[in-house]
Design a protein around this ligand. Structure first.
Ligand code: MLC
Ligand code: AMP
Length: 507
């Protein structure tokens, strides 16, 4: 059985072996290079006596060699565990102990810190990889002959574990199988009408579903040229637009592009499709983008646990403030808190089932159980409506989650760190509309009596513990938090009262 996702990708991308990942200067790491490079890393895994299912944890910058590492995991049956490069050593400690990796790949500068944290009963093998794609990983693999074999697997064998924050403040590892990833990639390749000659602008990070799976898999299945940028930069993207036909981004990409005079119809003359997701795309962004470029952005919706779930149609009505229809093979229902199906038009939680839905949380069966219904539907935690023809709109979240520039922040985690600071009695963390990031993280802090707390000091104190995107952009010090009769903090009231906090200045 050819269940290994790598088979699907390789079969397609080797049909254009001289195309591949191209940097802004036109230098290309071809598909043939990716195939050979990943085969050498696979040989290294063999030499290390790794077994299928072993975890390979990577906290590395985006480079073609990072893609090789990921592909090596696929072809040899390892579970790839990518981590946001913004995570601090403190946050990393948890991921190391929870995932128990056999191999850790990190930047040369982070190595001493990470090695120190990983000292324990099972010490992994460590390798480095820098943003130029150099380091001991590639040095070691380059001396080895390629291992051309692609491991035969069962469809539900693990391909990756992606950590996603939990409402309790602790991240959970979503276990994604080869079938989860391949079914989603094949569906997206089809519904977005990928055609020979398509060229993708890839400016997303590759440690999350959006950049790693959605963008890379679909382009690879299409054997497309990928304009591979180390990070998003609006001017850099505008320069590349005339050479491209497809772009994927979070809404912040589009609002930042709109601030540049170079975003014109002419610049987009060869573009076929702009896709947005990971966070809500504002009506204003959709409309201004259409006025400036003539393109209606196609919005889709997904999550770490399920890849892509719904999408606006390629042909037909691409509507703003709607995430379209379920992908082929994905069943959806809108349900109440007990999981009972609600009539069309009612607001409820979206529940889903399909080959894209993950296998559960890593070593957390009780958390997995809590998020699935008995009939196998997964509870997304997103509040939606569905109309009579099946179109989905996201209207809110049942989970206490902030999405800032496409990254998720769970208030509970940040509140935990703030509450532990000296002089702090309690805190509430909420998302407030932000002109650049969609939502900006704001901390409301109540000092202990007699204590005085400054916002700057709170922000400073958090910087050793938390990734920058989680740290509040502003702290508001107050005497007490608004509470309802039950004593529950009224976050809605804070959101309402401070809704204009970021509107005057770009914080
Ligand atoms: C960076 N910062 C952020 C931030 N990104 N703060 C809040 N939210 C973010 N997303 C911090 C920086 O550390 C910096 O702090 C300050 O904010 C300004 O940074 P910047 O230079 O303006 O940011 P930049 O490096 O340009 O990054 C912004 C961005 C990036 C939008 C390009 O965040 C990004 O690439 N986001 C994409 C996330 C993504 O891929 N999500 C997909 C998840 S998958 P300081 O203190 O130094 O000034 C998923 C499923 C699905 O959700 O459906 O797809
Ligand atoms: P993550 O856990 O990072 O995968 O984030 C998944 C969450 O992002 C979903 O549960 C949604 O809340 C949100 N999301 C993704 N795409 C969209 C979208 N197009 N519109 C609104 N929210 C979205």
């Amino acid at each position: 059985m050819r269940n290994n996702l790598y088979h699907f990708l390789q079969e397609r991308f080797l049909s254009a072996a001289d195309l591949g990942l191209e940097n802004a200067g036109g230098r290309c790491v071809t598909y043939a290079d990716l195939d050979a490079g990943s085969a050498r890393i696979a040989r290294l895994f063999r030499e290390l006596s790794l077994s299928p299912g072993d975890r390979v944890l990577a906290q590395v910058e985006k480079s073609p060699q990072t893609v090789m590492l990921y592909l090596a995991c696929l072809r040899s049956g390892m579970a790839y565990v990518p981590l946001n490069t913004a995570y601090t050593a403190n946050e990393l400690e948890y991921f190391l102990s929870d995932s128990e990796p056999s191999v850790v790949v990190c930047s040369p500068t982070a190595l001493p810190r990470i090695e120190a944290h990983a000292a324990g009963p099972r010490v992994p093998s460590f390798f480095t990889l820098d943003e130029q794609g150099r380091g001991s990983l590639i040095d070691s693999a380059d001396t080895l002959p390629p291992l051309d074999e692609v491991l035969e697997l069962n469809a539900d064998d693990l391909a990756a574990i992606l950590y996603t924050s939990g409402t309790t403040g602790r991240s959970k590892g979503a276990m994604l199988s080869h079938e989860n990833l391949s079914s989603n990639a094949i569906a997206l390749h089809r519904i977005w009408g990928w055609t020979p000659g398509d060229v993708l602008i890839h400016a997303l990070p590759i440690f999350h579903v959006h950049g790693l799976f959605v963008a890379l898999h679909t382009a690879m299945l299409n054997a497309s040229r990928i304009l591979f940028l180390p990070r998003f930069d609006a001017d850099g993207v505008i320069e590349l637009l005339p050479r491209a036909t497809v772009m994927m981004g979070v809404p912040t990409f589009y609002s930042r592009l709109l601030e540049r005079p170079g975003l014109t119809r002419d610049a987009c003359r060869n573009m076929r499709l702009f896709i947005s997701g990971s966070a809500p795309l504002l009506l204003e962004t959709f409309e201004t983008f259409e006025a400036s470029t003539g393109h209606r952005i196609l919005e889709r919706y997904g999550m770490t646990e399920a890849g892509m779930i719904t999408s606006n149609p390629l042909d037909g009505d691409r509507l703003p403030e709607s995430v379209g229809y379920p992908l082929p093979g994905v069943e959806v229902r809108v349900a109440d808190e007990q999981g009972r199906r609600l009539p069309n038009g009612d607001v409820g939680v979206l529940e889903i089932k399909g080959p894209n839905v993950f296998r559960g949380y890593w070593r957390a069966p009780e958390k997995t159980k809590a998020e699935f219904r008995d009939d196998g539907f997964f509870i997304t935690g997103d509040l939606v409506t569905k109309n009579a023809d099946g179109r989905i709109r996201i209207v809110g979240r049942a989970k206490d989650l902030i999405i800032t520039g496409g990254y998720n922040v769970y208030p509970k985690e940040v509140e935990g760190y703030i509450d532990a600071l000296e002089g702090v009695a309690e805190s509430a963390v909420v998302g407030i509309p932000h002109p650049d990031f969609g939502e900006g993280v704001v901390g409301f802090v109540v000092p202990r009596s007699e204590a005085s707390v400054s916002g700057d000091a709170v922000i400073q104190s958090l910087s050793d513990s938390l990734a920058k995107f989680k740290i509040p952009k502003q702290i508001v010090v107050m005497d007490k938090l608004p509470r309802n009769a039950m004593g529950k903090v009224q976050k809605n009231q804070l959101r309402e009262q401070y809704r204009d906090l970021f509107q005057t200045s770009r914080a």
